[in-house]
Design a protein around this ligand. Structure first.
Ligand SMILES: NC(=O)C1=CN([C@@H]2O[C@H](COP(=O)(O)OP(=O)(O)OC[C@H]3O[C@@H](n4cnc5c(N)ncnc54)[C@H](OP(=O)(O)O)[C@@H]3O)[C@@H](O)[C@H]2O)C=CC1
Ligand SMILES: O=C(O)C1=N[C@H](C(=O)O)C[C@H](O)C1
Length: 254
């Protein structure tokens, strides 16, 4: 049996993950963290006996795994709390800074806990990232276009930043493209231009275009329903304890 504490339980991902936990015989929901605003909006179905907190300092339950699907402003503090209070951590929230991840890695090691940061729980996104890493060995010039629903607060997406990191580390030479600071050339902070769209009608999509003399390669994945994330969430909960310190990517538990 794996006991789970769910932070962001009232959100879009949180509600799907709560249903996932209820449907797995070997998972049990030990507690939930939400905001006062979100708690006021919960339906009768959701107002059940699971202990629900709106403040880290009030939490008085323990669990094997803390799953975080909150927002970039809350996730680092939540992660620190989890790793210093006996929880392994599955961080699904995007938008954490690289130095925050390093601090979480140090905390995981100091406290003998495991942490898995998952930029994307969907299998097609994991495969896209792997294929992009392979292509980057031979095709150093690449750009990423990501598109998400209009409620997404962070940009570029966590998946796009992770894909850019993979491309940069797989490249065997730098692309010969003149640098341009023009905004329309995308966010270049990760070493690969990332263009982000926020539109109704889209859930999550990522396209990576590689260019070489006389040819291009386009790799695209689309997420149409949050159910696509749930196999990856379940796998992360079951296997996070195998990690030493902190790892990034669902592939680390596949
Ligand atoms: N790794 C992956 O595969 C995926 C990751 N995500 C990421 O997961 C996160 C959540 O996404 P989504 O569910 O769409 O977003 P939502 O805005 O629907 O849900 C976030 C929830 O977290 C709540 N929240 C905010 N601050 C806190 C806090 N301090 N403690 C507890 N709860 C808090 C929000 O409450 P309130 O509304 O009151 O602010 C809201 O209910 C995002 O970072 C997103 O990028 C999403 C999909 C897949
Ligand atoms: O906010 C979302 O919805 C998503 N966020 C993640 C990201 O930032 O990459 C994963 C997926 O794209 C959905």
């Amino acid at each position: 049996m794996k006991t789970v504490f769910l932070a962001g339980a009232q959100g879009k991902m949180g509600q799907s993950i709560e249903e996932l936990i209820e449907g797995q015989a070997d998972f049990s929901l030990a507690g939930r963290l939400t905001t006062k605003k979100a708690l006021d909006q919960q339906s009768k179905k959701q107002a059940r006996t699971v202990p629900t907190f709106t403040d880290l300092s009030a939490i008085d339950v323990s669990a094997d795994v803390w799953v975080d699907v909150t927002n970039p402003a809350a996730a680092f503090e939540n992660g620190q709390y989890a790793l210093t209070h006996g929880f392994d951590l599955v961080m699904g929230t995007s938008g954490l800074q690289a130095d925050d991840l390093e601090k979480l890695r140090a905390l995981a090691l100091e406290n003998d806990q495991s942490a898995l940061v998952v930029p994307n729980f969907s299998m097609t996104a994991v495969l896209l990232m792997q294929f992009a890493g392979q292509a980057a060995k031979y095709l150093p010039a690449a750009e990423i276009i990501e598109a998400h629903h209009e409620d997404k607060v962070d940009a570029p997406s966590g998946t796009a930043k992770a894909t850019a990191d993979l491309i940069v580390s797989a490249r065997q030479k730098e692309p010969a493209i003149p640098h341009s600071a023009a905004l329309a050339r995308g966010d270049q902070g990760q070493g690969v231009p990332i263009h982000a769209m926020r539109l109704p009608g889209i859930l999550a999509e990522e396209t990576v275009v590689f260019g070489s003399a006389g040819e291009t390669l386009t790799i695209k994945q689309s997420t149409n329903n949050r159910s696509s994330f749930m196999t990856g969430v379940a796998r992360s909960i079951r296997n996070v304890n195998e990690i030493v310190g902190l790892e990034i990517g669902l592939d680390k538990v596949l």
